[in-house]
Write a protein that binds this ligand. Structure first.
Ligand code: GCO
Ligand code: MG
Length: 403
């Protein structure tokens, strides 16, 4: 089953997506997501210039061998660009394998270990009243788990707050990133007030999540965790930058609030210490940024040994192909925790036709052979690449801050 073509399509149906299309000699087509938000063309080039030529002529059925060949064989290992490129190939090959077998990918991964995949959505507001209205709206839609973010009084702009006009919350800035001002003090005072309000209004049954976006020092993160303990969080996410994995020991010494980390990780080595020392509760690696289905399963298997559960990244900058791939993995692993689901706004639906469904707080990848996502290349061509950057954070004194 030889691969005869591998091509990269960069399109922007509302936001930028990089899609890898692999075709076999029998006419079976597999698709993979190679999107790295704000660095899209680097992955497109890595694939086009260095990987696609190596794929042509290879046996599409040999997923593990291809993974090892691209990872070990390149000499230069890891990193978000490399691992996103490998992920795209891997996801496309699993799609092909499912189509060849006539089975949805989750069946190839051992079959369904649960009936549905609990997802969490995003509720936000520029005031607490707006946040609570948005929270109620998502409860009415059936969500059982909700991430809550609100604009922080004292700061001009807060990342993660969706504008009310339905656009995405990352600013549209083509030539250079927008720069926001951040001061942790305002945030640390405000976060407990926000959660107190939500718990007093909506009770304790709904799972409550919150993203700190790597902005705190370890001792500040410890303070945040401790101050949120009365509100029984499902998790706080990315409390401090995780390059320094041992920093989480300090956070753990001070709080029982569960911690989720890992959306910017790209390999098992990035999370090894966090998992094996039980410094986190949920590992958030994304299928498209951490080496695809093959590598994600390896990370989750390691996590399972240490009682750490999955909580895969699922923001809108990951294409519907990634979301589908994540859902197949989520459905099949023993230590699933929760799946992020931000959803995709049209015109994304004109380019990606999806088989996954949402009902009563749970998603299911569907039972079509492969991943269950059809990518329309002709439609994609109608939405040319539109360069955009994530914003940058500075403190009031002008120094660049983590985020
Ligand atoms: C999340 C994330 C996203 C990221 C985005 C970056 O938890 O959903 O933090 O909002 O910022 O995916 O590309
Ligand atoms: Mg996050």
């Amino acid at each position: 089953m030889k691969i005869i073509d591998a091509r990269v399509v960069v399109s922007s149906p509302g936001r930028n997506y990089v899609t890898l299309v692999i075709e076999t000699e029998d006419g079976v087509v597999g698709v993979g997501d190679a999107t790295l938000n704000g660095r899209e063309l680097a992955v497109a080039s890595y694939l086009r210039d260095h990987v696609c030529p190596l794929l042509v002529g290879r046996d599409a059925r040999r997923i593990e061998d291809t993974w090892q060949y691209l990872y070990k064989g390149a000499y230069w290992r890891r990193g978000p660009v490399t691992m996103t490129a490998i992920a795209a190939v891997d996801i496309a090959l699993w799609d092909i394998k499912g189509k060849l077998a006539g089975l949805p990918v989750y069946e190839l991964l051992g079959g369904a270990a649960r009936d549905g995949v609990m997802v969490y959505c995003h509720a936000s507001g520029s005031t607490l009243d707006e946040l609570s209205a948005d929270f109620q709206r998502h409860l009415d839609l059936g969500y059982l788990a909700i991430r809550a973010q609100a604009a922080i009084p004292g700061l001009e702009k807060t990342y993660g707050i969706a504008p009310t006009d339905g656009t995405i919350y990352e600013p549209a800035s083509g030539n250079a990133p927008q720069e926001d001002i951040w001061e942790s003090g305002y945030y640390l005072d405000f976060a407990p007030q926000m959660m107190a309000r939500l718990r007093s209004e909506f009770g304790y049954e709904v799972h409550l999540l919150h993203d700190a976006h790597h902005r705190l020092t370890p001792i500040e993160a410890a303070r945040l965790g401790a101050s949120l303990e009365p509100y029984r969080m499902f998790w706080i996410e990315d409390p401090t930058p995780a390059e320094d994995q041992s920093a989480f020991r300090l956070i753990r010494q001070h709080t029982t609030t569960p911690i989720a980390v890992g959306e910017v990780f790209n390999s098992i080595w990035d999370c090894q210490q966090l998992i094996t020392e039980r410094l986190i509760d949920y590992i958030r690696t994304a299928v498209s940024h951490a080496g695809g289905i093959t590598h994600l399963r390896r990370i989750f298997a390691l996590a399972d040994l240490y009682g750490v559960r999955s909580g895969s990244h699922g923001a809108g900058d990951l294409s519907p192909i990634s979301l589908a791939a994540a859902l197949h993995v989520d459905l099949s692993i023993p230590n699933f925790g929760v799946q992020e689901y931000m959803g995709h706004r049209d015109p994304v639906g004109n380019v990606f036709d999806v088989g996954y469904t949402f009902r009563d707080g749970y998603m299911h990848p569907g039972d079509q052979p492969g991943l269950g996502v059809t990518f329309d290349e002709k439609a994609a061509a109608r939405y040319p690449y539109d360069p955009k950057y994530l914003p940058v954070n500075r403190r009031r004194d002008g120094s660049v801050h983590d985020w």
